[in-house]
Write a protein that binds this ligand. Sequence first.
Ligand code: UD1
Ligand code: MG
Length: 449
Amino acid sequence: MALNIIILAAGQGSRMDSDRPKVLHELGGAPLLVHAMKAGGALSPDAMVVVVGVGAPDVTAAALDWNPDAQVVSQAEQLGTGHAVRQAQSALAGAPGDTLVLYGDTPFLTAETLQAMLDARARHAVVVLGFRPADPGRYGRLVMAGDMLERIVEFKDADPATRTIGLCNSGVVACDTALLFDLLADVTRANVADEYYLTDIVGLARARGLPAGVVECPEDQTLGINTRAELSSAQALLQARMRADAQADGVTLIAPDTVHFAHDTVIGRDAVVEPNVVFGPGVTVESGARIRSFSHLEGCHVSRGAIVGPFARLRPGAELAEDVHVGNFVEVKNAIIAEGAKVNHLSYIGDADIGERTNIGAGTITCNYDGVFKHRTVIGKGAFIGSNTMLVAPVTVGNRAMTATGAVITQDVPDGALAIARVRQENRPGLAVKFMDRLRALKAARKGG
Ligand code: UD1
Ligand code: MG
């Protein structure tokens, strides 16, 4: 059946006490909004509509960055969740099938839970995702009559008896698309908050004799982020899940609690991650690679058998082929390092292609930036770059070529050539002793005076 997803992301999130809209605060290297979009996207919807309001330009950019096909609609004034959903009506005009409403600040919903809601639509016109929190607090309460959901009562509007109900509203709703907007047209602001409540569609559906039901999920899936403290708890939860998943997938984590993953980190079987490694977004590590301690990786690919670190930094566009070694205090950015090449010590490799089995000596720098433009360094196969070589890009070093230690390479080096680009050494016999004696005499004379 056709499926549309609406994600509500217009609110301020004032309890974050931030200039940044709440849904743009990051969890595992991605905005909260992206987590909600990922959860919904896993169901392959036909349309995804994001409702933006506070911080609209930035929230829009983040939504489209993750899913360029998303439609963004704006809610100029935040008049409630029902009003927010109504803003998506024209974007979904005539759209067939069901619509699932998610919140942009609720990152842990699983595709299985959402699928269970869509399955439950076979029995109910409106399906609400419920949960039983340890502390029901100020959540909306789900009023049941047997298996039938009769209505949702917001905490603010609830009488003491209703407040004792433990089954709460997560906010996620599934409904036939046309029916959803039809019911919303009847929603009023007659409540304590003077808002259009999305939750009122349940009572309205029941008044029309339509069945409504609940799918329950564990509390941790409906965890919404409202404060910095909740955000950090969510980080801990995400990390715990990622660590458990990695180990279940055959990855060795020597000290799991010290490894930080991004939401999309992919690590192959039998890879080893040593203590204190940080993965930013967009990292894939293949089977059997080893990431040694204190390395920081983002937007990069590490192939089978490669060794990274300790203390290495792989930045976006770093592509390490099989059996590449990148050692301590080496930074690699936007560079392709071919099979078996080694960059073992104290180097910066940026905007470069390094050929197979080439060895880059300690202290090598690709001088890629002239202050305005970035330029590329291309090094062939089996080359040997001497220690402390400066490669002033754009420059090409050929296959099996060498650069002498301390070279400043400003011209291309042909295949097989040795480039020497430094001042020739000159030895002056006895001059060191003479020089030091003179300085010591000078010091003694000053003390005496
Ligand atoms: C809502 C539910 C409540 C439920 C709780 C779960 C309603 C009326 N109440 O309450 O039953 O237990 O979520 O967390 O739906 N938003 C907009 N535009 C608006 C208002 C809200 O986009 O005009 C967005 C917010 O950014 C947020 C989401 O909708 O992502 C929920 O809004 P929020 O104000 O947090 O609703 P609650 O009062 O928590
Ligand atoms: Mg809320």
